[in-house]
Design a protein around this ligand. Structure first.
Ligand SMILES: CC(C)(COP(=O)(O)OP(=O)(O)OC[C@H]1O[C@@H](n2cnc3c(N)ncnc32)[C@H](O[C@H]2O[C@H](COP(=O)(O)OP(=O)(O)OP(=O)(O)O)[C@@H](O)[C@H]2O)[C@@H]1O)[C@@H](O)C(=O)NCCC(=O)NCCS
Ligand SMILES: Nc1ncnc2[nH]cnc12
Length: 294
């Protein structure tokens, strides 16, 4: 079944931008998330609030729209890579202007930006695997216009010799495709509520991601706490069970005590919700109401 009506590149780009923005807002509101901003509060962050995350998400709509429009039915080549890179950097500047200089969504612009571009490359008719593969192709191409900046993420990947946001994309988003999306659909099928299925998908990502936000703030101890804690939630039966919810509450406490926040995992959950929504292999597509957050 195909949700996206044949409304051409402009209408499809607007639709993709709306779904991407909604995915960010849905992720931000989802509760209870360990260490992260959610509808309960700011988690381990002093400079982030839910209101700021939502403002940031809305500020990114024009970026997603431009990415979709410019990538429409184009192949992955250097010209498109450079264009996507420029639009992504402009999106980062828009985010910073909207938040007064706070980094709310840099990793999300990267992941969702590439996926929106890839969905448009397939004319909104790609499967999740096709979209992830095209996003990976784009991410693997060199962008000679990119300024050389040394980020916290790069520092963490070199210090701990782990993959980061770049590698996740270049490998075709394995945490979305192999862990989060299957978990989201499995939890739904086994009767979990939509919120519980989304939390379970977040846990699936957290069992294995080398999240450079966690590494920068809390080192390997933080990363191991995150991965083991998330595994305990799923082993207990996920957040649809009382034991799973207790394990999640324990993990939240641990993450707060370590000042650790899995911002990279949160970005990948938002990206999972986006792929779930836009890919042709989603068997549960329903029309999207104008102002819903799913
Ligand atoms: C490729 C880029 C994402 C740059 O990546 P890099 O690793 O060099 O740089 P960072 O600036 O550190 O950003 C990486 C962000 O990616 C998220 N992330 C972390 N680990 C992973 C992972 N393993 N897989 C996927 N994604 C991951 C994460 O983003 C979230 O955290 C951000 C908040 O982090 P931080 O600023 O560190 O905040 P705090 O911990 O709160 O800091 P303090 O308060 O302590 O100061 C937030 O943005 C979340 O989104 C990482 O932060 C990419 O930026 C790039 O190269 N772009 C170029 C443009 C381009 O080509 N775009 C194309 C597509 S549009
Ligand atoms: N909910 C959230 N809390 C903190 N950092 C994030 N980065 C992306 N989503 C986030």
């Amino acid at each position: 079944m195909k949700l996206q009506p044949q409304i051409g590149s402009e209408g499809s780009a607007a639709w993709l931008a709306r779904v991407a923005t909604q995915s960010l807002i849905t992720e931000a509101r989802l509760s209870p998330k360990p260490g992260l901003v959610d509808s309960r509060g700011s988690g381990a962050h002093h400079d982030l609030t839910l209101e700021l995350m939502e403002r940031s998400a809305h500020s990114l709509s024009p970026t997603f729209h431009a990415l979709a429009l410019q990538s429409w039915q184009r192949p992955a080549d250097i010209a498109l890579r450079q264009l996507v890179g420029r639009l992504g950097r402009e999106g980062e500047a828009q985010m910073m202007a909207a938040t007064g200089g706070v980094n709310t969504h840099r990793g999300a612009i990267w992941a969702l930006g590439l996926l929106v571009a890839a969905a448009a490359m397939h004319g909104c008719e790609g499967s999740s695997s096709e979209i992830a593969a095209s996003a990976a192709k784009l991410a693997s191409l060199p962008d000679s216009c990119a300024p050389k900046v040394f980020s916290k993420g790069l520092l963490a990947t070199r210090r701990y010799r782990v993959p980061g946001a770049r590698e996740e994309a270049q490998l075709g988003f394995p945490h979305i495709m192999r862990l989060a999306l299957p978990q989201l659909r499995r939890s739904r099928q086994s009767g979990a509520t939509e919120e519980q299925a989304r939390l379970d998908a977040l846990m699936a990502i957290m069992t294995s991601l080398s999240d450079t936000c966690v590494l920068s703030r809390a080192g390997l101890e933080g990363l191991e706490t995150m991965q083991n804690g998330a595994r305990s939630v799923l082993v207990a039966g996920g957040t649809a069970t009382a034991q799973g919810r207790a394990a999640l509450a324990w993990l939240d406490k641990q993450m707060l005590a370590l000042n650790a926040s899995p911002g990279g995992a949160a970005d990948l959950l938002a990206a999972t919700l986006l792929v779930d929504r836009i890919a042709c292999d989603n068997a549960t597509l329903t029309p999207l109401p104008q102002h819903s957050h799913f």
